[in-house]
Design a protein around this ligand. Structure first.
Ligand code: TYD
Length: 217
C-alpha cells in the first residue's frame, strides 16, 4: 500500500465488501476491536451501507424489500451514500478518525452494475456526483477487503444462516456476475483492494486479516 494514495488524511477509511454469504459480517466487529487495540489513540467509527444515517437506514429498509426500477434502486443507493458521506464519513475523516464501512460504492458497481446490468457510465456519473471532493479526487476507501468466494458456496452458507432479503433471493447467476464485477474492480485497483479468500476457515481468514498491512499513521 502506497501511503501517497491516502487522499483521506488525517483519517483512514476501510471498507468490507463481498457477495452475500461471503462472511464479511462475521469478521467486521472483531476487526474493529483489533484496530482499537492497535490504535488506542484513534476514534473508530463503524458504519454500513446502505444506511449509516437515520435517513440512510430508512432508505435501506426500502431498498432491501420494496420492488423498484433498477435506476430508482441505484439512485436511492447513492442518495443514501450522499447523506452518509456528508454526515458521517467526511467529518470523521476530517477529524482524523478511522472509518470502517460494511460496504461502500464498490457494492453499487457490483450489484446494480454487474448483477443487474446498469451501465457503468451511469454509475460513474453518480460516483462523481456523490464522492468528488474539493481537491478534485474521489472519496474512496484507503483499503477495501474483498471477501471472495464462488456464488454456489456463498448460497449454501446463506441458506443455513437467515431469512433472505430482496437481494439474497436472487439466483446464482446474479451472484456470479456480482462476484466477477468485484474481481474486475479489484484487478483494476490493486493498491486499494486486499483480496480475502473467503473459502478458507474462519480462523484462517482471521489470521489473514490480522496480518494485512495498514498504512495508518
Ligand atoms: P449487506 O451488507 O449484505 O447487509 P446484511 O449482511 O445485513 O444482509 O447489504 C445489504 C444488501 O445491499 C446486499 O445484498 C448488497 C446490497 N447493496 C447493493 O445492492 N448496492 C449497494 O450499493 C450497497 C451498499 C448494497
Amino acid at each position: 500500500m502506497d501511503p501517497t494514495m491516502n487522499v483521506n488524511e488525517p483519517g483512514f477509511f476501510i471498507s468490507f465488501e463481498g457477495i452475500d454469504g461471503a462472511g464479511k459480517s462475521t469478521h467486521i466487529n472483531a476487526y474493529c476491536e483489533l484496530l482499537k487495540s492497535r490504535f488506542p489513540n484513534r476514534t473508530l467509527v463503524l458504519t454500513r451501507e446502505p444506511g449509516g444515517t437515520a435517513l440512510g437506514e430508512q432508505l435501506r429498509a426500502l431498498l432491501l424489500e420494496a420492488p423498484m426500477h433498477l435506476e430508482t434502486e441505484a439512485l436511492l443507493m447513492f442518495a443514501a451514500r450522499r447523506e452518509h458521506v456528508a454526515q458521517v464519513i467526511a467529518p470523521a475523516l476530517a477529524a482524523g478518525h478511522i472509518v470502517v464501512s460494511d460496504r461502500f460504492t464498490d457494492a453499487s458497481f457490483a450489484y446494480q452494475g454487474g448483477g443487474r446490468g446498469l451501465s457503468i457510465e451511469k454509475l460513474n456519473a453518480l460516483e462523481q456526483w456523490v464522492q468528488k471532493q474539493d481537491n478534485g479526487q474521489l472519496l474512496q476507501p484507503n483499503i477495501t477487503f474483498l471477501f471472495d468466494l464462488p456464488g454456489a458456496v456463498a448460497e449454501a452458507r446463506r441458506s443455513k444462516a437467515r431469512t433472505p432479503d430482496k437481494f439474497e433471493r436472487l439466483d446464482l447467476a446474479f451472484f456470479e456476475r456480482v462476484r466477477q464485477e468485484y474481481l474486475r474492480r479489484a484487478k483494476a485497483d490493486p493498491q486499494r483492494f486486499v483480496l480475502v479468500d473467503a473459502t478458507q476457515t474462519q480462523e484462517a481468514i482471521w489470521d489473514f486479516l490480522c496480518q494485512a498491512p495498514l498504512a495508518i499513521r
